[in-house]
Each structure stands twice: as structure tokens, then as C-alpha cells.
Design a protein around this ligand. Structure first.
Ligand code: NHO
Length: 363
């Protein structure tokens, strides 16, 4: 096998996937060795690859994919194709697909490393979580998912370092959703009026902050997934993201909408509900924010709205910023805090590209 070459397969070419490709292009130019060879790229509708693994040009990959007449092969066939490549391979999953996530144990057991911002594999069933790490340990293939929490912010790597160096994490809390942060910072700012709830939701989607379906953000599930991932890394065997209390901001009447678009269309009629939540907090001299917490000792995870004084660091966040506080024995009563942009294509792709570099450095 070629020691100076790494094959890369990219599944998913949306907001994050496109940003990742441009970062990959820059990385390949900056670091000519090992040679990073894109050998497969697909969306849910199309695929592009050559049976002899010959290179797909990274800078024109999106256009070539659009022009391709191939439909994506079955995933286990894609994995066999990668496992048979004449050098080490990395699968970059830039989808939010559960089907792709379910195939990680197979890929890892066949020696294919994985880097991904997709939360589904690590926040799905506890069995899948175990299968992933057992398969990776057995084959030596690597799996990194920094961007599954806090986009490119060093959240997962920080937590792993705390745990691996023998610190005891007692509590993790903060704002874990870029979309929710943006929504509340602009809908209920600490100063001034703020915009209409439904208008801000549309903006968050247009800015690439939301999940492919914005309802996954508003129902709290995205935050629940992130907390599931962090809780498991901190040692709690959380069964699933629906096994603890999660507050949804989806109006009951809109729970039956069949598509994200239909939901966005009907949302303005429910703006008054959110206005009421906002003014209730205002009357108490506070602002409302959407937060999550993991109490490790009490084995308790929760997600939902909470009121904060205007001077509180959580109230004062800007844009799509996340803030994550790690309370540990070593850090005492002053938590280790990670803060910054927590959503958007470029910052999410940054975490993916950095993970890719980590994997390559271990080959
Ligand atoms: P898109 O733009 O919808 O792109 C998805 C792509 O996957 C499309 O090309 C689609 O064709 C392809 N696809 C779907 N299913 C497929 C399948 N079975 N086979 C092949 N291709 C398939 O989604 P994004 O925005 O690019 O997101 C991609 C992944 O990154 C998702 O798993 C998402 O959860 C993850 N991610 C995104 C962000 C972000 O900011 N956009 C973040 C983290 C992870 O930190 C960010 C975050 O948590 C955002 C969150 N909404 C928040 O905090 O507000």
C-alpha cells in the first residue's frame, strides 16, 4: 500500500460538505504529503467515483458531481470499495443520515477511518455507540466527530482530555445550539426590541445554522443529541436523546406538519406564544435562553428554556455563539469555559478538517 497517499471519500455535499471541500483543497495544496486523493463523492441523489480509484479533482468536484449520471451505490458496497483501496482511506460523512451512521461499525471494522459532524451515530442507541468504538479498537481505524458538538469549537477534544488525564467532570452546562443562540439573541436581546420569532427562524435557516430540517433544532432534539454525546464521553451510559426531559418549542398545532417548509410557512401564526414567554421573563427583569445541562453525579440530563439576569454570560452571548462550561474537580468552582461560533458551514467544516488532519497524522 502507498504510504504517502490517503484516499478520501465524501458523502454529503451541502452547506458543510462544500465548505469542507474548499478546506480540503487548501490543505492538499499546503501539505503535498501524504497525497490526499478524493476517490468518491456523493449526495443522496448522485455519486462520482472511478473503479480504479483515480483521482477526482477537488476544486471541480461539486460541478463534476452535478454532471455525473451515476446514482449512489448501496452503502455497504461503497465501504467495500473503500476497504479495497490501495492505501489508507478516510470516510467523511457530511450528511445527517441515520442510514450512513448505522454503517460506521462496518466501515471501521473494514479499516476505513471516519470523520464526521453527523450526530446520529454517537447520539443514537447506546448499542450503536458501543459497536462503533469496539469496531475501531479491533481494527485500529480512527473515528473523530468534533463538529458533532459546538461545530469547530474544541468541546469533545477538551472533554476527552479532561477524562483521559484523570480529572473528574461533575457538571457540564451551557448553550449548545447555534440556532437557539442566534434565535434568542436576536428575538430577546439584552438591549432593544428584537425581531419576530418566525422571521428569526427563517434567517437562521438561510444562514446555514439550522439542521437540514429546522424542526430538529426547535424541538430540542439537536441539543439533546449533543448532551447525549457529552454525557456518554463523561461516562454516563445515556440510552438515547429521548431518555431525559427535553422541552420542545414546536407549537402543538404544528407537530403534524409533513415538511420543514410547511412548518416555516405556518409558524408566523404562533409568534404570540413566544412573545408571551419573552415578556414573562422581561417582567422579572430577565431574558429567556435555551440551555442544557448534565449533572454527572446525579445522572441527570435536561434541556429547555431558562430565565437569566441580563448580566449573565449566557444572556450576553452574540450571534450563533455557544458557551460550554465544564465543572471538574481540578478546575474547582471556576469552570473551564469554551465559547464561540457554534453553527455555520465554515466553522463546522473546520472541525471536520482538523479531525481529518488528526487521523492522517496517526497513519
Ligand atoms: P445539508 O446542507 O442539508 O447537506 C446534507 C447533504 O447530505 C446533502 O448534500 C444531501 O444530499 C446529503 N445526504 C443526505 N442523506 C444522504 C445519504 N443517505 N447519502 C448521501 N448523501 C446524503 O446539511 P449541512 O448543514 O451541510 O449539515 C451536514 C451535517 O453536519 C449534518 O449531520 C449536521 O447535523 C452536521 N452539522 C452541521 C452544523 C451546521 O452548523 N450546519 C453543525 C454541526 C454539525 O455545529 C453545527 C450545529 O450543531 C448546527 C445546529 N443546527 C445548531 O447548533 O444550531
Amino acid at each position: 500500500a502507498a504510504a504517502n497517499q490517503v484516499f478520501i471519500a465524501v458523502i454529503g455535499a451541502g452547506g458543510v460538505g462544500k465548505s469542507f471541500l474548499s478546506q480540503l483543497q487548501a490543505l492538499a495544496t499546503r501539505r503535498p504529503s501524504p497525497k490526499l486523493t478524493l476517490c468518491y463523492i456523493s449526495t443522496s441523489k448522485k455519486a462520482l467515483f472511478n473503479d480504479d480509484y483515480s483521482e477526482i479533482s477537488i476544486d471541480t468536484a461539486i460541478d463534476s458531481l452535478a454532471a455525473s449520471t451515476k446514482t449512489p451505490p448501496e452503502l455497504s458496497r461503497v465501504i467495500e470499495y473503500l476497504a479495497a483501496a490501495p492505501a489508507k482511506t478516510i470516510l467523511v460523512d457530511n450528511t445527517s443520515s441515520q442510514d450512513v451512521a448505522d454503517k460506521y461499525p462496518l466501515a471501521l471494522s473494514r479499516g476505513v477511518s471516519i470523520v464526521t459532524p453527523n450526530k446520529k451515530a454517537f447520539s443514537g442507541s447506546y448499542q450503536l455507540w458501543k459497536d462503533i468504538f469496539i469496531s475501531a479498537t479491533a481494527s485500529g481505524a480512527k473515528v473523530y466527530h468534533e463538529s458533532s458538538v459546538g461545530a469547530g469549537l474544541p468541546v469533545i477534544s477538551t472533554l476527552k482530555d479532561l477524562v483521559d488525564t484523570g480529572d473528574k467532570v461533575t457538571k457540564i452546562e451551557g448553550v449548545f445550539s447555534g440556532t437557539m443562540s442566534f434565535l434568542f439573541n436576536s428575538f430577546a436581546p439584552t438591549e432593544g426590541q428584537g425581531g419576530k420569532w418566525s422571521e428569526e427562524v427563517k434567517k437562521a435557516k438561510a444562514l446555514g445554522y439550522t439542521e437540514p430540517d429546522p424542526r430538529d433544532d426547535l424541538n430540542g432534539l439537536d441539543v439533546a443529541r449533543k448532551l447525549t454525546i457529552l454525557a456518554r464521553l463523561a461516562g454516563l451510559p445515556v440510552e438515547s436523546p429521548t431518555s431525559f426531559p427535553v422541552q420542545s418549542l414546536i407549537p402543538q398545532e404544528l407537530e403534524t406538519c409533513t415538511s420543514g417548509d410547511e412548518f416555516l410557512e405556518k409558524l408566523p401564526a404562533f409568534d404570540t406564544q413566544m412573545e408571551e414567554t419573552k415578556s414573562a421573563a422581561e417582567k422579572a427583569g430577565k431574558v429567556v435562553r435555551f440551555v442544557g445541562s448534565i449533572d454527572v453525579a446525579a445522572n441527570a440530563v435536561k434541556v429547555g428554556l431558562q430565565e437569566f439576569d441580563r448580566s449573565h454570560p449566557i444572556a450576553a452571548l452574540k450571534g450563533s455563539d455557544n458557551i460550554i462550561s465544564f465543572y471538574t474537580e481540578r478546575y474547582g468552582s471556576n469552570p473551564l469555559i469554551v465559547q464561540g461560533a457554534g453553527a455555520g458551514g465554515d466553522v463546522t467544516a473546520m472541525g471536520v478538517t482538523a479531525d481529518l488532519i488528526k487521523v492522517i497524522s496517526q497513519f
